[in-house]
Ligand binder design. Structure first.
Ligand code: SAM
Length: 205
């Protein structure tokens, strides 16, 4: 069977879901300090993309309504089991490249470490523009290609390994992809070594 790029990545994440929390544990000590920055300003009708095993979910207040999507049923079911007690969260299996949401549905859209995996990131970001309200906020926490002239090529060299094993890239130029999707109002916040960044975007339409 000849699977599409998206199907191949989905298959990898279904497999990865079984060990994701264990493999990510060392990094999570650091990421856990950053995650509250993603959710802190979330308001209104909130969408979290690529929720994975639900690592951001404990940071949302009980007073907000969150829709959490992921295209991997393996990942989604882990999050759903862990957070079934949170009645303000709805879990849906969905691909961000083509969702079933109406135009202008969400006030806030959040994703962490997702656009390193989406097979056509510009398509996914265009979909975000469509389903986010005008003036709505988008918070993306991403590991990206370093623009350091030594580190960047090293990331290019090693990129095939995580891509083959787990389905993510370590050399995406996410800022370029965001701009290509037509977003104009972008704040870039650097967390670590030019590799870990948060993009805070105001949706222009
Ligand atoms: C590296 S994990 C990050 C999970 C979680 N956001 C976190 O911070 O731990 C990437 C997640 O994005 C999901 N994903 C990748 N491509 C996707 C797509 N096109 N649509 C929806 N989810 C996607 C994967 O299934 C996986 O759960």
């Amino acid at each position: 069977m000849n699977l599409s790029g998206t199907e191949v990545i989905k298959k990898k994440y279904n497999r990865y879901s079984k060990i994701y929390d264990v493999v990510e544990l060392p990094m999570e000590k650091f990421f856990a300090k950053v995650r509250p920055d993603l959710t802190r300003y979330a308001r209104g009708n909130i969408l979290e993309i690529g929720v994975g095993t639900g690592k951001n979910l404990k940071y949302y207040s009980d007073n907000v309504r969150v829709t959490a999507i992921d295209f991997s049923p393996g990942m989604l079911s882990k999050a759903q089991k862990k957070f079934s007690y949170k009645k303000n969260i709805t879990f849906l299996e969905m691909d961000i490249q083509s969702t079933t949401f109406e135009d202008n549905t969400f006030d806030t859209i959040i994703a962490s470490f997702v656009f390193c995996s989406v097979s056509d990131p510009v398509k996914g970001l265009n979909e975000i523009r469509r389903i986010c309200k005008p003036g709505g906020k988008i918070y993306l926490l991403e590991h990206v290609r370093s623009n350091n002239r030594i580190v960047g090529p090293i990331l290019d060299l090693f990129n095939p390994i995580p891509l083959k094993l787990f389905g993510f890239n370590i050399n995406r130029n996410t800022l370029k992809n965001i701009k290509e999707s037509g977003f104009l109002n972008i704040i870039e916040r650097i967390y670590w070594g030019n590799i870990l960044k948060m993009y805070i975007i105001t949706n222009n339409k």
